[in-house]
Design a protein around this ligand. Sequence first.
Ligand code: EPZ
Length: 429
Amino acid sequence: MDKLRIRGGRPLRGQIAISGAKNAALPLMAACLLTEETITLRNLPHLADITTLANLLAQHGVDIHLNGKGTSYEGRVVELSAKRIVSTMAPYDLVRKMRASVLVLGPLLARFGEAKVSLPGGCAIGPRPVDLHIKGLQAMGARIDIEGGYIVAKAPDGGLKGAEIVFPQVSVGATENLMMAAALADGVTTLVNAAREPEISDLAHCLIAMGAEIEGHGTDRIRIVGRKVLHGAVHDIIPDRIETGTFVMAAAITGGDLELIGARLDDIRSVATVLSGAEVAITETPRGMRVRRLNGHIVGVDVMTEPFPGFPTDLQAQMMALMCTAQGAAMITETIFENRFMHVPELSRMGANITVHGASALVRGVPKLTGAPVMATDLRASVSLVLAGLAAEGETVVNRIYHLDRGYERIEEKLSACGADMERLKETD
Ligand code: EPZ
């Protein structure tokens, strides 16, 4: 398994091009199942999770043409055609690799009237149930049984019916699955307490380009009028706000000065507000945004993760790394996932002073972190260890960086180009 060796203490200076958003690309790829015509997605990031979903779609029978080398900084172009679907089953050995595979459930059920999708199972950050996806589809008339670890779904003879679906808690994936299913249902569907993430709006924009009738996306109430058929479309994937936030914190933690090309400040307003309290200056530029410290140091600030437009849970681990060497203390509270503090023991091995009480972690700033061998556990925890390594004195080796490759495109290239002393160690085992 590959490792990443980092020698810390060098401020990051220069520009980084932000890739297309992983969490927009995944539902957008699943949306190709809703039509027999070709969907073309541009600015596709080159990530392991994208490849995993492409493999799943291919076994359903989707024709996939991937253009672009994936080595240049602009994203790739992928053409997806679900004209000849040969299977409506998503097998366990593919779904277990990436939970977002459950996003094929709604489109398969809506277009083909049936689907057999493996329950995704939990992951490192929590049990990750899909009960809200299932309850929403049942409200639309689907019959759903759980058999041998699989969701076995069947639509009524006349197809799914529009319904009002009230989410007891905000769910990004359930909002996406049900918005896609509703696009081909008979009648009107209203999603109440819907997720408001930019990735939801991006999916809605693509569905509308395919002929769907959707309004309210980006708010907590989305109304979809079902269509009999949807057609092909060409869609540009939005930039990745989590990658943006990650590199904002990389500039801040190293005392550097970065311009993030293609980044959208509107997508990280809550992060910018919190960071202004930490004395990190984020200013818009014609090409994106510029990030640097305001007064040469970082100040400890409290943060609580919330659904969008609140502070994103996917930036909690990165924020915690930044707070480790802040002046003062920071209370970090995780409200979305049950077990998203696995970066804490690893940061502590680098000299951080963090105390966890249930869903909150109290970070007391220390003058410096010290490099150490550390273990990546999940995607965002891994990148928080990279950030800590960039700031730490000495050498840090991050193990199991396959977690990183799931969500960050060529991170060592992008950071080395801005002065980081980083290299990927290919492991033979
Ligand atoms: C999406 O996951 C993202 N993944 C996650 O990013 C992100 O952390 C999460 O949204 C929250 O923003 C993708 O978009 C591919 P949820 P998702 O449904 O859809 C509970 C990353 O690092 N819940 O909004 O799975 C759930 O357990 C990943 O890129 C139910 O109880 O998240 C969690 O506690 C990690 N029942 C909360 O809701 C359900 O049916 C939010 O989950 C569904 C969810």
